[in-house]
Structure formats: structure tokens, C-alpha cells
Design a protein around this ligand. Structure first.
Ligand code: FES
Length: 165
């Protein structure tokens, strides 16, 4: 799920600690420092494929939750953005997946799946959405957004395209 991404985030923190140590230690280390920052900058500013789980682990009709965090780097400033959603399997073909963003389209609270009522509920203003994200009740102006760019890897992982910015 979010494991690999979390790992790279931790690695980045380690790298940052290393950079700070390097600056304090010796000014002569500057060229190396910029070399280290550069990949982090690129990582934060481009479209990336993020693994959300194995297709075989997704049960038909049961929303499969996922979440991940992206880190944007701007100079010495780091900004984390969290994303989450649900993959809904509809058939044996991964192409039929519906992958919803869990951010409510009203004022961006996070919706949760309610198994009993078979709806997504938004706790902020009592909205409800159907299993494919359609508005059933409440103030949201449109259905839940979807991740429409996704693919399956050779080992059966579903990956979604997380756009930069
Ligand atoms: S933020 Fe979800 S209903 Fe208002």
C-alpha cells in the first residue's frame, strides 16, 4: 500500500539530516550537498506512479482503502500532502476498477466507508455518497473525484498516477 512511499520519505529525512551535518561539518562539502538535494526536488515536482495494493487483495464490491503522502521540497522547506481513497473492484478485469478520492467535494473533509449502509459518509456536514462516489445526500456539488490514470504491474500491483502539485 503506502509502504514504499513511506520508506522513501523516511530515507529523505535521513538524507536531510546528513545534509545538515555536512553543512556544519565542512563547507567543502557543498557540491555533494546540491547533488543530494536535486533528486529530492525532482521527486516532489513530477507525476509519479504510486502503488495502492494488489488487485487480488481487492474484493468485488468492498471499497479497498489506501493512502499515501507526497513531500514537496522547496529550498529548505518541506511540505507534506496526504492523499487517500478507495479502489472498488467491479470485475476480474483491473481496467474496470473505480478508484475514488476520499476527499469530500464539498469542503474537503475525508469520507469513510460505512459497510452497514453501503455508503461513504462525510462527517463534516452529513453528506453521503454511493459506492461509486455519486452524491446521495448533503451539500457536495458533485460526485467524489476519481483517479482515472492507473495501471497494473507484472506482479499484480495497482498503481495510480499522482500528479505534481
Ligand atoms: S465537507 Fe463533506 S459535506 Fe461538507
Amino acid at each position: 500500500m503506502s509502504g514504499s512511499h513511506e520508506m522513501s520519505r523516511r530515507d529523505f529525512i535521513k538524507v536531510t539530516t546528513g545534509i545538515v551535518g555536512g553543512v556544519i561539518g565542512a563547507a567543502i562539502g557543498l557540491p555533494t550537498i546540491f547533488y543530494l538535494i536535486d533528486p529530492a526536488l525532482k521527486e516532489g515536482g513530477k507525476d509519479i506512479w504510486v502503488s495502492i495494493g494488489k488487485f487480488e487483495d481487492m474484493q468485488a464490491g468492498v471499497p479497498y482503502p489506501f493512502s499515501f503522502t507526497r513531500v514537496q521540497v522547496n529550498g529548505w522547506e518541506r511540505t507534506s500532502s496526504s492523499f487517500g481513497g478507495f479502489a472498488i473492484r467491479k470485475s476480474d478485469k483491473y481496467e474496470d476498477l473505480v478508484i475514488l478520492n476520499s476527499r469530500c467535494t464539498h469542503l474537503s473533509c475525508t469520507v469513510n466507508w460505512n459497510e452497514q449502509g453501503k455508503v461513504f459518509l462525510c462527517p463534516c456536514h452529513d453528506a453521503s455518497f454511493g459506492v461509486e462516489g455519486e452524491v446521495i445526500d448533503g451539500p457536495p456539488p458533485r460526485p467524489l473525484d476519481r483517479f482515472t490514470d492507473f495501471r497494473m504491474t507484472e506482479d499484480g500491483q495497482i498503481e495510480i498516477l499522482s500528479k505534481a502539485g
